[in-house]
Design a protein around this ligand. Structure first.
Ligand SMILES: NC(=O)c1ccc[n+]([C@@H]2O[C@H](COP(=O)([O-])OP(=O)(O)OC[C@H]3O[C@@H](n4cnc5c(N)ncnc54)[C@H](O)[C@@H]3O)[C@@H](O)[C@H]2O)c1
Length: 324
């Protein structure tokens, strides 16, 4: 990896910033591109003076810009830039589709032209509400009607996956696709269940539980997820494949909130909020979201090693140091 030059789109986001730091640590030269400057919440600010890192401000939907940025000097492009988060896809589905589809096509076409390996970050949301968990990579997508904005994110990532897979098959582009399952850790925006509630706990405020709290998720600590990403791109036999990146240890949301309270050592209450009040009945919460993890284990020997308590503890230490 000595000196190998790579591009990370979405470098100032939660996963992109951790990935950038681990890539630098592993000896890569990283150029990071993002539409937004780094926020104080992210540790990427600490590397602004690192000579192996360069930040470019830019929008992946700007084709001329992407064409001018991506060239044959990059061995790999990690494409993480995306519109993420329930509020965004409920409020602005046009922007979700534009960023996730048009932005990905721009990056993909430039990667094909210059023969750059492409890592594409997709999501467990592509499986939708398929009730047959755990989900293997070739399992069905089960989505609701396009009348419900909630599905715009899943649909946009699925469309982008089709384009990327097409390039793997028809253009001999090298690369892989990952579907992340509920990654959490320091630096995540407070739109997500763990980060929102850890930040509330750090301030001593009541936690917020959406719906009954009986919905389950498989939470994966950020360092584990980023390790998987780097191992995947460094192993030739992952080429052209799609992988779930997550754990198969299921926790109810209620259990996670109780664990956050335990880690905080405080006596905190939990307030229940009905998503129908925020988003209307069209918001269909997914009751169970569980990956099959055998494909990635067989390919690169990876499985997540951070248990929920340890991951929450590290995230809580970050949260107590946040201002505001
Ligand atoms: N965090 C998770 O659990 C999770 C789960 C499934 C999939 N993912 C995927 O992983 C990737 C990273 O997610 P994240 O959690 O770090 O989200 P994030 O919102 O923290 O990061 C996304 C980054 O992309 C940038 N961005 C958005 N639009 C852009 C544009 N038009 N041009 C350039 N940059 C733009 C944002 O400014 C942000 O820094 C995304 O592709 C997301 O779909 C994440």
């Amino acid at each position: 990896m000595n000196g190998e030059k790579v591009l990370v789109t979405g470098c100032n986001g939660f996963i992109g910033s951790h990935l950038t730091l681990q890539l630098l640590h592993a000896g890569y030269q990283v150029v990071g591109l993002d539409i937004l400057p780094p926020t104080e919440a992210l540790n990427i600010q600490s590397i602004s003076n690192n000579s192996n890192f360069k930040y470019l401000s830019g929008d992946v939907t700007d084709k001329a810009l992407i064409d001018s940025v991506i060239d044959a000097s990059y061995s790999k492009v990690f494409h993480l830039a995306a519109r993420v988060g329930i509020e965004r896809y409920m409020e602005n589905p046009i922007d979700v589709v534009r960023t996730n589809v048009v932005g990905t096509l721009n990056v993909l076409e430039a990667a094909i032209r210059h023969n750059c390996y492409l890592f594409f970050s997709s999501t467990s949301e592509v499986y939708g509400k398929n009730p047959n968990v755990p989900w293997a990579e070739d399992d069905d997508r089960v989505l609701g009607s396009t009348s419900f904005e909630r599905w715009s994110y899943s649909s946009s990532k699925s469309a982008a996956e089709h384009a990327v897979r097409g390039a793997f098959k028809q253009q001999n582009l090298k690369g892989c696709i990952v579907r992340f399952f509920n990654i959490y850790g320091p630096g995540q925006s407070e739109a997500f269940v763990v980060s929102r509630n850890i930040l509330l706990a750090a301030k001593g405020q009541p936690l917020i539980m959406h719906n009954s709290g009986t919905q389950t998720r498989c939470f994966t600590y950020i360092d584990d997820a980023v390790t998987a990403c780097i191992k995947l791109v460094e192993e030739a036999k992952t080429n052209g494949e799609v992988f779930n990146v997550g754990t198969n240890t299921e926790h109810t949301v209620q259990e996670v909130l109780n664990a956050i309270i335990e880690v905080s050592g405080k006596s905190l209450t939990i307030e229940s909020v009905d998503t129908a009040n925020n988003f209307g009945d069209a918001f269909e919460d997914i009751m169970r979201r569980v990956p099959q993890v055998s494909k990635i284990y067989e390919a690169i020997g990876w499985k997540a090693t951070t248990n929920l308590h340890d991951g929450l503890y590290k995230t809580y230490q970050w949260a107590v140091n946040q201002k505001g």
